[in-house]
Design a protein around this ligand. Structure first.
Ligand SMILES: Nc1ncnc2c1ncn2[C@@H]1O[C@H](COP(=O)(O)OP(=O)(O)O)[C@@H](O)[C@H]1O
Ligand code: SF4
Ligand SMILES: [Mg+2]
Length: 367
């Protein structure tokens, strides 16, 4: 059974931001003999991505480097125009918000946090400058100096940089990596947004301070009911931190659902591989697969059909011919919402008997 629309793990109607069939192709400059050809070459970075972000929920987007995660975030933030598909905010299409006033109105509601807080803060300006500017741009600085000061104090307190006076006049280089990322988060909150798009927000931070920043994002989700997109290459952190998880491979979403289901009962062979090769403190090191997850394919000439087929130990004829749609994965107990968990993989298609599927799950050679 294919799922008709992008399944919502929560089953709720509080969708804030949604993407349907989102696609982004980056044109590639032609060289040599290609100049004579009419064919347009492009990096097919994001292909037909459908996802929903819910109020008060964290949705993780997981995948290896180059799988298109940042491009999805930038498309959702309207920093790039999309090649295809639609983006809706509270059900209203926003695909042409890209200029001037409309972009400002959109970015007030949808804010982005980047991987490197040092690069995203201007080194010659203080915390006060960064936060005041954000408050002013989005009309949240109040009417008087007192109100503005109160708004600044409030922002710093919200990201747990307390007492605020210790941080307010500091320059970025006077702060630790974790503190800088908290300032970047405070700046995003200065817009009073509904959605935070966090692109690998802790991957450049020391391991020891990552959890603190993730817990802060969790706190914001709970207190401010923000819809948060948490991008990561670390599927273990998605399990801990996200309510829902989508897995991307080579520009496409291959699996999604409640984080618990996706990480504990991964259905797609790529997700299984990702989990097997992730470091896990509860598993002896010897059991971890070495050699990583192999090479991702070229996105200029991606494999036909399922993009994972050249690396998949279960690949069948159909896999190299047709793109697999999303198939619902029934919950373990049988009484769960079967639309919650899906995998875009022919192993879960209707045409295969249980015996066929069992055979297919016994790969002839290990990865
Ligand atoms: N501005 C761009 N121009 C051309 N190719 C791009 C651009 N941005 C990203 N890409 C390509 O798109 C693919 C996906 O990149 P990205 O979204 O950054 O992946 P991820 O964030 O998962 O590492 C990569 O092959 C990358 O080289
Ligand atoms: S569709 Fe085919 S190639 Fe792709 S993951 Fe499933 S079995 Fe493997
Ligand atoms: Mg990225």
């Amino acid at each position: 059974m294919t799922t008709s629309t992008a399944p919502s793990a929560s089953g709720t109607t509080d969708v804030v931001l949604e993407a349907d069939g989102l696609t982004k192709h980056f044109p590639v400059r032609k060289r040599g003999r290609e100049l004579l050809s009419r064919k347009v070459r492009a990096v097919r970075a994001v292909e037909d991505v459908t996802l929903r972000l819910h109020r008060g929920r964290v949705t993780a987007l997981v995948g290896e480097s180059g799988s298109g995660k940042s491009t999805v975030a930038r498309l959702l933030a309207q920093l790039y125009p999309q090649t295809g598909g639609t983006i809706k905010l509270h059900g209203e299409a926003v695909s042409d918000a890209a200029s001037g006033k409309r972009f400002r109105a959109y970015s007030k509601r949808v804010q982005m946090i980047f991987q490197d807080p040092f690069a995203s803060l201007n080194p010659v300006h203080t915390v006060r400058y960064h936060l005041t500017r954000a408050l002013k741009i989005h009309g949240n600085a109040g009417k008087s100096a007192t109100e503005q000061e109160a708004a600044l104090t409030h922002l710093l307190t919200r990201v747990q940089l307390t007492p605020p006076e210790r941080y307010i006049d500091k320059f970025p280089h006077e702060l630790s990596g974790g503190q800088r990322q908290r300032v970047a988060i405070a700046r995003a909150l200065g817009a009073d947004p509904e959605v935070l798009l966090a692109d690998e927000p802790v991957s450049m931070l020391d391991v020891s301070i990552r959890l603190g920043v993730l817990n802060l994002l969790k706190d914001l989700k709970e207190r401010l009911h923000l819809a948060i997109l948490y991008i990561t290459h670390d599927i273990a952190s998605a399990r801990y931190f996200a309510d829902e998880t989508y897995v991307m491979y080579a520009g496409r979403v291959v699996e999604g659902g409640e984080s618990e289901a996706v990480t504990q009962r991964p259905a797609h062979p790529y997700t299984q591989l990702l989990i097997e090769s992730a470091p896990d403190p509860d598993r002896p090191a010897a059991q971890e697969k070495d050699g990583g997850t192999g090479e991702p394919p070229s996105l200029i000439n991606p494999p036909e059909g399922c993009r994972f087929n050249p690396r998949c130990p279960y690949a069948m004829k159909v896999c190299a011919e047709k793109v697999p749609p999303r198939f619902a994965i029934p919950a373990d107990s049988g009484d769960g919402d079967s639309t919650a968990h899906f995998a875009a993989c022919w192993l879960y298609g209707d045409g295969l008997s249980e015996a066929d599927k069992a055979k297919l799950r016994e790969p002839e050679e290990a990865l």
